[in-house]
Design a protein around this ligand. Structure first.
Ligand code: GDP
Length: 209
């Protein structure tokens, strides 16, 4: 790699995946991070964690993605995954109306309970199955617009709009937050990225006691 063009600083963005079970959350993460899709991809119950770096506005941003695999059933445990998250990706399945209604309640919950989240995106997954569609694009798009969400339809199977979605999230993070000088976490020597809500000043996570 060309040394001169290599970004010097690494910023981090904690992103949490939320949504009804089987809408394709794990598959979206797998497609984004590893460019692959498995028809019967099964995650162990609990939370899984994957990272991927993207170059954005001349800086290197690392997505630390938490996938609440199977935890939908243990709803009371979810808030701890929000903690310290900068972004949330709420997923529904375009062939499943119930999952869309559930996605709406996740959006409300994130607004109410996840103070650190500055960017929320909504993805209508399984766009490769239009014959079975039960949630219209316009209906979801209107909800997203009214709620100030990034919105797109995706297919974890074909990869449609997956990268575009994560790049849009990264850009929105950059727009809505102050890119601060990363500071060194004494314990892990990791560089941290701190999101700032408009009008709300937060301490850098690595500087908090
Ligand atoms: P999660 O429980 O929300 O993490 O959902 P999974 O990623 O485990 O996916 C549930 C099922 O839907 C699996 O059988 C996947 O292969 C399938 N699936 C996920 N995304 C898509 C997609 O975009 N298109 C299609 N056709 N199937 C998908």
């Amino acid at each position: 790699m060309d040394k001169e063009r290599e970004p010097e600083e690494l910023y981090r963005c904690k992103l949490v995946m939320v949504g009804e079970q089987a809408v394709g959350k794990s598959s979206i993460v797998l497609q984004f991070v590893k460019n692959s899709f498995e028809e019967n991809y099964k995650c162990t119950i609990g939370a899984s964690f994957l990272s991927k770096r993207v170059s954005i506005e001349g800086k290197l941003l690392q997505f630390d993605i938490w996938d609440t695999a199977g935890l939908e059933r243990f709803h009371s445990l979810i808030p701890m995954y929000y903690r310290g998250a900068h972004a949330a990706l709420v997923v529904y399945d375009i062939t499943n109306q119930e999952s869309f209604l559930r996605a709406k309640t996740w959006v409300t919950e994130i607004k109410d309970k996840a103070d650190s989240v500055v960017v929320t995106a909504l993805a209508g997954n399984k766009s490769d199955r239009p014959t079975y569609r039960s949630v219209s694009y316009d209906n979801a798009g209107t909800f997203a617009k009214d709620s100030g969400l990034i919105f797109t339809e995706t297919s974890a199977k074909t990869g449609e709009n997956i990268n575009k979605l994560f790049v849009a999230i990264a850009k929105e993070c950059a727009k809505k937050t102050a890119w601060q000088e990363p500071c060194s976490d004494r314990a892990t020597n990791r560089l941290q990225f701190t999101a700032q809500r408009q009008g709300l000043t937060q301490k850098k996570p690595c500087c908090q006691s």
